[in-house]
Design a protein around this ligand. Structure first.
Ligand SMILES: [Zn+2]
Length: 554
């Protein structure tokens, strides 16, 4: 059904040259229309998308499933109806070639003579078949975090070593806005220092419950995936030990679990643990998914080569075990049929104004479990990353809620330029942008790493992920309660289903804000930039590896 077509930037430049000034109304950059455009976003513009994409027919839109292909064809057909143009001939599809972890035929980890097999650890496949066996000195570094003078590595060198990190972070770090980002940097830190492999040790006890959680990981509903060159957008370890295996390791290292955690908390756990041999023998099976990309060419020939991107992932997690209601299909209505519906509504109204720069729409594939569609895109973009102005990502929301008074934007602290533009757009909608993020969304920046905008952060592009905030109708906690309920009962569960009684007021507000911000960025004089002091990639470029693996970052 989907031809294997590579999409080159050259083809797109040709599309822009052909269509600028004729496919869109050419009443010039001053064309108003944005007010009317935003006002056109009504529940009816979202509802059909949400209903169709949530249907059981789509089988939970699993990454390589026929249900996802139907969803992709649907989005392509919507682009064709609404206005965004194909990126390659008459095709909106960008293939993503993937590898998917299959059966583990006998991977093992030998730590100074103590051997763990594939029932005691989940092994990441040797994706490219280049490193089936990794051996080196073993080093335990506690949480393995560096921060303002603290360095969990002490003076241990780890070049060529197999680094063991304790999962999680010291108590209090996740509640500290400045330190929380570091909790996702354990593997990155180890690789940056030259580690040959990283093994994760669970910090939880070997309780029956923890063990069951681990068993589930052995046969996950969402298998590990990578692009064909073995890369992913971030944070990967070669193996994760079971809680029971961890207990054996503590024993061998002359520690109790509590002592190990205590020393890790204090940042004084670093020690050599003897020679390690990691042998990987797990299948990596080829599979494929697609990004669905449409482009509204800019109206100004000088600026049309620059593009503002709206992104939302189209995939969800597919089919699993039946829940207590006998429902086995993860329809993923909030996650992320909702973001797609918002993006399509945005595309529909922006097709009627004439922004100076181009605006691109990416329904990203293979987001669940690795951000792989967006990671593929930043490495093979339809317009150069250097000309990519900013990214507005939508993933989830509150379909049943009234319009919010405030919004969260993850990634807003990385680019003051983008935050200033967002503040202006939000103010027009009577919305404030939350600066002090609160649980369950903060102060930790974990959500920076949790959706497709992060792939663009890795490429040096200012990128934000928008969410309705906690204050609704003047009640500062109303939305927080809805979010807590959503996270506890619905998110990534079979019951994330469509309900036709939803008012969709909150999604309408989010779509309207996204449309206005995209329009503003597409017409604004200056390109936003990532802040000088941001702890991420600061210069736009297509990365071959996550920035922490690139030679100059080491
Ligand atoms: Zn999502």
């Amino acid at each position: 059904m989907f031809a294997n077509r590579r999409v080159g930037a050259g083809a797109l430049v040709a599309v822009i040259a052909l269509t600028t000034g004729c496919a869109v109304r050419s009443d010039g950059p001053q064309a108003p229309g944005i007010e009317e455009a935003v006002a056109r976003i009504e529940p009816a513009l979202l509802r059909g998308h949400l209903q169709f994409l949530s249907d059981d027919l789509l089988r939970g839109r699993g990454t390589s499933d026929v249900g996802y292909e139907i969803a992709a064809e649907y989005v392509a057909a919507q682009y064709a109806r609404i206005g965004p143009q194909p990126i390659d001939g008459d095709s909106y599809l960008q293939p993503i070639d993937l590898l998917e972890a299959g059966e583990d035929r006998g991977s093992s980890l030998d730590v100074n003579g103590l051997r763990f097999g594939n029932r005691e650890a989940v092994f990441t496949p040797d994706w490219t078949g280049e490193r089936p066996e990794i051996s080196g000195d073993g080093v335990f570094v506690g949480y393995g975090l560096p921060y303002e003078g603290r360095d969990d590595y002490g003076d241990l060198e780890v070049e060529g070593a197999v680094v063991f990190v304790l999962s999680g972070a010291p108590e209090g770090w996740v509640e500290d806005a400045r330190r929380a980002p570091l909790t996702r940097l354990q593997a990155e830190t180890a690789y940056r220092r030259g580690a040959a492999a990283v093994v994760q040790i669970p910090s939880s006890e070997a309780t029956e419950r923890a063990q069951i959680g681990f068993e589930r990981r052995l046969a996950p509903r969402r298998p590990l995936r990578a692009l064909v060159d073995g890369t992913a957008a971030g944070f990967r370890t070669e193996a994760q030990l079971s809680p029971a295996a961890a207990e054996q390791l503590w024993d061998a290292w002359g520690l109790t679990r509590d002592e190990a955690i205590e020393m890790s908390e204090a940042g004084s756990a670093a020690r050599a643990v003897g020679p390690v041999i990691l042998t990987r023998d797990r299948e990596a099976n080829p599979s494929r998914s697609w990004n669905v990309i449409g482009l509204l060419p800019g109206s100004d020939p000088e600026w049309a080569g620059e593009v503002v991107l709206l992104t939302a992932h189209l995939d969800h997690v597919g089919i699993g075990e039946p829940d207590e209601d006998g429902d086995a299909i993860y329809n993923g209505t909030h996650d992320n049929a909702l973001g797609i519906a918002q993006m399509l509504a945005t595309a529909e109204v922006l097709s009627e104004v004439a922004p100076r720069r181009s605006i691109g729409f990416i329904a990203a594939g293979a987001e669940e479990g690795g951000l792989l569609g967006s990671w593929h895109y930043v490495r093979d973009p339809i317009l150069p990353i250097e000309s990519t102005v900013a990214v507005i990502n939508q993933d989830g929301g509150l379909a049943a809620a009234a319009a919010p008074d405030e919004i969260y934007a993850f990634g807003d602290d990385l680019s003051t330029d983008l935050r200033v533009a967002l503040d202006a757009a939000a103010a027009t909608h009577g919305l404030s942008v939350v600066s002090e993020k609160r649980p369950p969304f903060g102060p930790s920046q974990m959500l920076l790493f949790r959706s497709d905008h992060y792939s663009f952060v890795l490429a040096g592009v200012p990128a934000i992920y928008l969410m309705p905030g906690f204050s609704i109708g003047g009640n500062p906690e109303a939305g927080r309660e809805l979010w807590l309920d959503y996270l506890a009962r619905i998110n990534h569960r079979q019951r994330d289903n469509y309900d036709p009684t939803w008012g969709l007021e909150s999604p309408v507000t989010m779509a309207g804000l996204s449309a206005r911000l995209a329009w503003q960025l597409a017409n604004g004089d200056a390109m936003p930039h990532v802040n000088e002091d941001a702890p991420v990639q600061r210069t736009r470029h297509s990365p071959q590896l996550p920035w922490f693996l690139e030679a100059d970052a080491r």
